[in-house]
Design a binder for this molecule. Structure first.
Ligand SMILES: [Zn+2]
Ligand SMILES: [Zn+2]
Length: 442
């Protein structure tokens, strides 16, 4: 399927819900920028447009976007978001306020960048109740078509609903020439798909939760392009990068139409979030989201293989409390999530103790998994992070312990059930996780 078939569409889905894709245009071609004025002009009145970029994205695309619009006679301004302490802008309330203080309200907002700039502009446009267009500068994340903002407010990470961009505009040369590490981060994020949708299926089978096969299948045609030809990404071949970008776009559409991150976020994301919040707690920096997610996805795929190979599972009592020694000052907030999870753990164990339930779980999930071997090969050949030591913490390689502890405790930080919880119930944590880590991530 081409993205154009879905854009702006509203349709009844087999999952029982009506899906609406708020983003109306997706331009991915070398002439994309020349079409900007026609997309923008209908929104622009006295206040004009505002292009928001950071120093780097302004140089690679922002200036051209601004000049294209003004050359077409449209009135507007541009704003460069300053870098934070770690050398790049932050998606937080302070930066949001800075943009709003230093710029006049606009009729139309245009973000030029990827994750953080996109979140900031989406946020400001939402507060001003104006539309925004997104000019993407890297295939680095799956949030382009998302209505959600991931930001830090009063020092806490929050995710909230804002609005999706009206259009996503991509010049392929810019994506091709983006730092390779950003492209590999996008690959890591999109490779989470088979394990995250397996986790989603798990929640449907165990707790009768909402699940949408249509949104899971959106990436089906694109996946083989990068899974089978990862070296195309390393070599910066047009076709591979375009497939990756479209997969990231579909991934964000899947989350937007279902109103949940479940199609693209499971146990591997919990490990990445854990690495993030533990680093923040200690005043340290962490690695790119997609790089952490990619490495964790290899482990989750290996864990699924190990768990589902069990013929007659025996379940143990899950720990009654969170690991305070690990979480430290985060224990309170994590405990709130874990309390919501505990009843699910007991329910899952009693259900899966029935042999026919276990077998139907195996039958539903095994055929749809991508092998750990294939994920590892893809990341390795693509030139991405595929070992825990490839990941950075505070600029240094992440230690084996640093990764293992995150992997073994991550299941406590969100109420959502994942394969990590199955591993806990089967008594595989920490010993089996350690074995799999040494087998797959060294
Ligand atoms: Zn659906
Ligand atoms: Zn992600």
């Amino acid at each position: 399927m081409e993205p154009s078939h879905l854009l702006g569409a509203s349709f009844a889905c087999d999952c029982g819900r009506r899906h609406t894709v708020p983003t109306e245009h997706f331009l991915y071609d070398t002439e994309a920028f020349s079409k900007l004025p026609s997309l923008a002009e209908k929104h622009i009145g006295d206040r004009g447009f505002l292009v928001v970029a950071d120093q780097r994205t302004f140089e690679v695309a922002g200036r051209r976007v601004f000049e294209t619009l003004t050359a077409a006679g449209l009135k507007g301004a541009h704003f460069l978001v300053p870098d934070g302490e770690d050398g790049s802008p932050a998606a937080d309330d302070r930066t949001r306020d800075l943009i709003r203080c230093q710029t006049a309200p606009a009729d139309l907002y245009i973000s030029v960048g990827s994750g953080v700039i996109n979140d900031l502009v989406k946020w400001v446009a939402y507060l001003e109740d104006r539309p925004y267009l997104c000019v993407a500068t890297a295939a680095s994340m799956n949030g382009y078509a998302s209505a959600n903002v991931a930001a830090t407010v009063d020092g806490l990470k929050v995710l909230f609903h804002a609005r999706a961009p009206e259009a996503i505009i991509v010049h392929p040369d810019i994506i091709l020439n983006a730092p390779h590490e950003l492209t590999m981060s996008g690959l890591g994020d999109v490779l989470a798909k088979s394990v995250s949708s397996a986790d989603w299926k798990l929640n449907q089978l165990l707790f009768d939760e909402y699940y949408c096969q249509f949104s899971v299948d959106l990436l089906k045609d694109l996946e083989p392009v990068y899974l089978d030809n990862p070296e195309d990404l390393r070599e910066g071949k047009e076709e591979g990068i375009a497939a990756l970008f479209k997969a990231l776009l579909f991934s964000s559409i899947a989350m937007t139409v279902t109103g949940t991150s479940s199609p693209a976020s499971g146990g591997e994301h919990l490990i990445s979030h854990t690495l993030d919040i533990v680093a923040a707690r200690d005043g340290q920096t962490h690695d790119l989201h997609g790089r952490q997610v990619g490495v964790s996805s290899i482990l989750m795929a290996a864990l699924y293989e190990r768990v589902l190979a069990i013929d007659q599972p025996r379940f143990i009592e899950p720990p009654p409390q969170v690991n305070e020694e690990y979480w430290g000052s985060l224990s309170g907030i994590v405990a709130g999530e874990y309390q919501k999870k505990l009843p699910k753990l007991h329910q899952a164990a009693s259900l899966l103790a029935r042999p026919e339930q276990w077998r139907s779980l195996q039958a539903a999930i095994i055929p749809n998994l991508v092998a750990a071997e294939r994920l590892k090969h893809c990341l390795e050949q693509g030139g991405g992070a595929h070992r825990f030591s490839d990941l950075r913490r505070n600029g240094q390689p992440l230690s084996r312990d640093g990764f293992l502890l995150a992997a073994c405790n991550a299941h406590q930080m969100r109420a959502r059930f994942t394969v990590l919880d199955l591993a806990v119930l089967l008594g595989m944590v920490p010993d089996e996780i350690e074995v799999l880590c040494d087998r797959w991530l060294c």
